[in-house]
Design a binder for this molecule. Structure first.
Ligand SMILES: Nc1ncnc2c1ncn2[C@@H]1O[C@H](COP(=O)(O)OP(=O)(O)OP(=O)(O)O)[C@@H](O)[C@H]1O
Length: 241
């Protein structure tokens, strides 16, 4: 569903993405890992068409990103920090976004219900806690029932119950065949959620592997331990892709 070929992006002389090729398919929850500054956000922004790469290509559901923005209709994006008009209420923001897509017949309001957003709809955006703001961002990302979800640090700031609600939603959507790309710095957040892991370091792709294979080859039951082991081995030896 997302094909990235030999992607290169520099900021001045600094190479933020260095020859990245990836094939991302439906039915997967893919965890995008990497230390601060490794290129995760730049990669996500390239997929969203917000960063223009200097070479290489990205196609989403067969449409080349550089040929227009229509492909974005099938991507739901949850940013790390959602920015919304300060004086609007939650209800007004959700209605405003809903009206932007009159072509959509059935909205996905599961998270609005499960997070209890109805009871908060008169709260003004500027007064929201970080976690409630995150919940609004999550509700909006899923609202149009997109085939692809890109979630940037989705559980950061969420309380344990809300985090579990979001994890369950991600699993459900994956089972329906969606492609879900998730960045997180917390390895334990991946447990039972991710089916594939991508690891970037200094703008380079260090590995893209199935969780099952990572667990098997590390001889570990816990994904966070297995991924940490693999990260150490590729960081020191520069393993596979
Ligand atoms: N607009 C920009 N101008 C100059 N340098 C940039 C720009 N955007 C990103 N960079 C640099 O590119 C590198 C990759 O940044 P990016 O935000 O993609 O990292 P990240 O993996 O998302 O990091 P984090 O985990 O901290 O969010 C960093 O060194 C960053 O300083």
């Amino acid at each position: 569903m997302i094909e990235i070929r030999q992607l290169i992006k520099s900021f001045g002389k600094f190479r933020a993405l260095d020859d990245i090729s990836l094939s991302l398919k439906g039915h997967q929850a893919i965890s995008l890992l990497g230390s601060n500054g490794s290129g995760k956000t730049t990669l996500i922004k390239s997929i969203l068409g917000l960063v223009i790469p200097e070479s290489g290509s990205i196609s989403v559901n067969g449409k080349e990103v550089k040929h227009g923005y229509s492909y974005r209709a099938d991507i739901g994006f949850m940013p790390q920090i959602g920015r919304y008009p300060d004086n609007m209420t939650i209800g007004q923001v959700i209605n405003m976004v809903r009206e932007m897509r009159s072509d959509v017949r059935a909205y996905d309001e599961d998270l609005i219900r499960d997070f209890g957003i109805e009871g908060l709809k008169n709260k003004v955006m500027r007064t929201l806690s970080g976690g409630t703001r995150q919940k609004v961002s999550a509700c909006l990302a899923f609202l149009f029932n997109p085939g692809i979800l890109i979630l940037d640090e989705p559980t950061a700031g969420l309380d344990p119950l809300s985090s579990e609600i979001l994890r369950a939603k991600i699993s459900n959507e994956r089972e329906k065949g969606k492609l879900i790309l998730i960045t997180s710095h917390v390895l334990s957040d991946l447990e039972g959620l991710a089916s594939e892991v991508i690891y970037l370091q200094d703008g380079k792709l260090m590995f893209h592997r199935r969780v099952r294979d990572i667990l098997e080859s590390a001889g570990e039951e816990k994904l966070n331990k297995a991924v940490a082991k693999l990260m150490r081995s590729v960081s020191h030896g520069g393993e596979e892709k």
